[in-house]
Design a protein around this ligand. Structure first.
Ligand SMILES: Cc1ncc(C[n+]2csc(CCOP(=O)(O)OP(=O)(O)O)c2C)c(N)n1
Length: 317
């Protein structure tokens, strides 16, 4: 990757971070309702993996979805308006935080039921194989979802039918307030792949380029050989599970240890070391991201609510 690639990735990661900080602020001001699960701290995974994808590939994910939506090409304006429940949102205000969809970018959601999207990912990959469209499906899930029935169903069929799908496990060490040691008892969650069987790898790094390299390997293998892959990332969310979490299950010191290796700081340090002349560009990027987020918030606040007459639109009855 050259300097321009690194700056582009840095900008996108800053956008993910600032978008969610602005969302958290609006939520505490009660401008956003429902649930809000923040991704802050995990950006290297979503960015690195989505950077390794091609245009025809699909992404499907959980409720912790805003940053991945942005990485895949969703706009801050449409994302913020969706959080505000406005008609200009990416789902015209019907989905809200947990259900971002963006068909033009093959972004298949945003799913609130833990693990329910995993067989859907297998289905999307089956469709690709059937059509021969050379696309890979990437399915993000938390490690907590590895204990639920649909995980087994999805991985079993993916291996049985040799589907071009990559399961990206974001192991952020907790499922709500329950640590991995109390719900799974495995340090290396990727060993679960062996039972299907399926290739696997674990990445322990907050460096977006390492995440990118691992994802590139898994995605291109899925594409070229039509084989599934389970790719685990050890990662961490700095915020609570959702906005309503007092976080009594972990220490401030533990959170700080992860903040010390923050993915955006790591990337910025790399750029500053390799390209010391780019300091002014980084500053300009930070300012332009702040402007883009301020514009998105303004856009969301000024946008209209969906009209009441459309209440039954986009529903199956
Ligand atoms: C089927 C189902 N059971 C329980 C819940 C409640 N729930 C929401 S998030 C969550 C924890 C999931 O943890 P993990 O998969 O590790 O993802 P993370 O939140 O860490 O990103 C649970 C139990 C749910 N949404 N769906």
């Amino acid at each position: 990757m050259d300097a321009q690639d690194l700056l582009r990735i840095y900008r996108k990661m800053m956008l993910m971070r600032r978008f969610e900080e602005a969302a958290a602020k609006a939520y505490t001001e009660r401008k956003i309702g429902g649930f809000l699960h923040l991704y802050i701290g995990q950006e290297a995974v979503g960015m690195g993996v989505i950077e390794a994808m091609q245009k025809q590939d699909s992404v499907i994910s959980t409720y912790r979805v805003h940053a991945q939506y942005l990485a895949r090409g969703g706009t801050a304006r449409e994302g913020m308006a969706e959080l505000y429940g406005k008609d200009t949102g990416c789902c015209r205000g019907r989905g809200g935080s947990m259900h971002f969809f963006d068909a033009k970018n093959n972004f298949l959601g945003g799913h609130a039921i833990v693990g329910a999207h995993i067989p859907v990912a297998a289905g999307a990959a089956f469709a690709s194989k059937y059509r021969g469209d050379n696309a890979v499906t990437v399915c993000f899930l938390g490690e907590g979802a590895m204990n639920i029935g649909p995980f087994h169903e999805g991985l079993c069929l993916s291996a049985l039918w040799n589907l071009p799908v990559v399961y990206v496990v974001e192991n952020n060490l907790y499922a709500m307030g329950t640590p991995v040691s109390r719900h799974m008892g495995l340090d290396d969650a990727s060993v679960r792949a062996l039972g299907y069987p399926m290739a696997r790898a674990t990445v322990e790094s907050t460096d977006v380029l390492e995440c990118y390299r691992a994802a590139k390997h898994a995605i291109e293998r899925a594409r070229n050989e039509s084989l599934p892959f389970l790719l685990e990332f050890k990662t961490y969310r700095y915020r609570g599970h959702s906005m309503a979490d007092p976080q009594t299950y972990r220490t401030k010191e533990e959170v700080q240890q992860w903040r010390d290796k923050d993915p955006i700081k790591v990337l910025r340090a790399r750029i500053e070391e390799e390209y010391p002349d780019l300091a002014a560009e980084i500053k300009a990027i930070n300012a332009s991201v702040d402007d883009e987020i301020a514009d998105a918030v303004r856009f969301a606040e000024e946008s209209p609510e969906p009209d009441l007459s459309t209440v039954a639109d986009y529903t199956y009855v």
